[in-house]
Design a protein around this ligand. Structure first.
Ligand code: NAD
Ligand code: MN
Length: 358
């Protein structure tokens, strides 16, 4: 029997609440499946670790998880610590050195959930956003000089490389090709940003030639926000830069009902390093510790993890269980307008896994 080693990094805020729910669900799934086992190792890295040790994770932290099969991540972000410290000290400290350059963010309106878009029905909003996850606006290049003086200056320099753009375009075209509509929208801003984004567009055109069966179009990011709201049915697969896709995917999550539902995979497609799976939401300071965080984003991320591990049957079983539960309004957490608690949703999903007779 195959045993997968999973590194669980709950992090901060509601990250700890949703990851423990996710781990419970994964164990129930492995027991139900019987063909694989999960060995989950917990790492207490994050804001509290920072307060004790002055860093978000140990210096050899990446070595401790390098040989795991996958990483399940909660959220980095603590009320007492600046956000750029927590983000760069943990999440980006894993994503970038592990070269998880393809961030995949599916969006669908799940059974029982109503989109805030009045007219949209469930079949009209079925997207996958591919986010460039290794460079661009979040390359971390820049600096500050003359701090506190009137002549203070600061830069954040966006770096795009041909190799980086080619690999994310190829990944996105291949993903679009694998979906029934074979439709890709390349998001850009090459009207205002006249160097890197122009190269981005050129490379999109070059890679498109390798995928003659994929229909693709190009859209400025500002116009894309409008299209997502006004013509959601015209969109299928989307590729965008690190910053653009970060923003578009929060909008996508909201249009699908709640930020608490949305999953993501940070993939190293070559499998040189473990990939990382996480809900797209953050620590949610306003609701942390209350036991009402929606765990569905984490469960759906676990589905993506199982697909990546090569357990499609377990992935399908979990997704079916999730939608069986979202279809029932009694199990909607407050972000969806309900009164259910994290534990109620978790128990219901576990019951649906155990009851499934497929
Ligand atoms: P957030 O995602 O934490 O919260 C935004 C809003 O959505 C809040 O009102 C919150 O209550 C709600 N929400 C989010 N997830 C929910 C869930 N599962 N169930 C119910 N409601 C949910 O974003 P923010 O407030 O901008 O950020 C808070 C902290 O989290 C910051 O420190 C930020 O840097 C960090 N953050 C981390 C990540 C990450 O590690 N991947 C992502 C986003 C934000
Ligand atoms: Mn984000």
């Amino acid at each position: 029997m195959k045993t997968y080693k999973i590194a669980a990094i709950p992090g901060d805020g509601i990250g700890t609440e949703v990851i423990s729910a996710g781990v419970d669900v994964l164990h129930a799934l492995a027991a139900r499946d019987g063909n694989f086992a999960l060995e989950v190792e917990d790492f207490d890295w994050g804001g509290d670790y920072y307060k004790r040790h002055g860093r978000m994770m140990p210096e050899n932290g990446r070595d401790l998880i390098r040989n795991h099969d996958a990483i399940l991540f909660g959220s980095a972000g603590h009320p007492d610590i600046p956000d750029h410290v927590t983000l760069w000290g943990l999440r980006l400290a894993i994503c970038q050195p592990f070269d998880q350059y393809a961030n995949v963010r599916p969006t669908r309106v799940l059974a029982g959930i109503t989109s805030p878009l009045r007219k949209v029905d469930r079949t009209e909003l079925d997207w996958v956003i591919v986010r460039e996850n290794s460079e661009g606006e979040y390359a971390g290049v820049g600096g500050r000089v003359h701090q506190g003086l009137p002549l203070e200056a600061a830069t954040d320099v966006s770096i795009m490389t041909r190799a980086g753009v080619e690999r994310i375009m190829r990944f996105a075209f291949r993903l679009a090709q694998s979906r029934p509509r074979k439709l890709l929208t390349v998001v850009t801003k090459s009207n205002a940003q006249r160097h890197a984004m122009v190269m981005w567009d050129e490379i999109a055109g070059q890679i498109a030639a390798e995928f003659p069966d994929v229909t693709w179009d190009k859209m400025l990011v500002d116009a894309m926000t409008m299209r997502m709201v006004m013509k959601p049915e015209s969109i299928d697969t989307v590729v965008a830069t690190n910053l653009h896709a970060d923003i578009l995917s929060d909008l996508a999550a909201a249009l699908a009902g709640s930020l608490g539902i949305a999953p993501t995979a940070n993939l190293n497609p070559e499998r040189d390093f473990p990939s990382m799976f996480e809900p797209i939401h953050g620590s949610a300071f306003d609701i942390m510790g209350k036991g009402i965080a929606n765990p569905i984003g984490t469960f759906w991320s676990a589905v993506m993890m199982l697909e990546h591990l090569g357990e499609p049957q377990a992935a399908k079983r979990l997704m079916t269980a999730i939608e069986r539960v979202t279809a029932d309004h009694r199990f909607h957490t407050p972000d969806l307008g309900g009164t259910a608690r994290t534990a109620d949703v978790t128990e219901a999903v576990i019951a649906a896994i155990q009851g499934a007779n497929d």
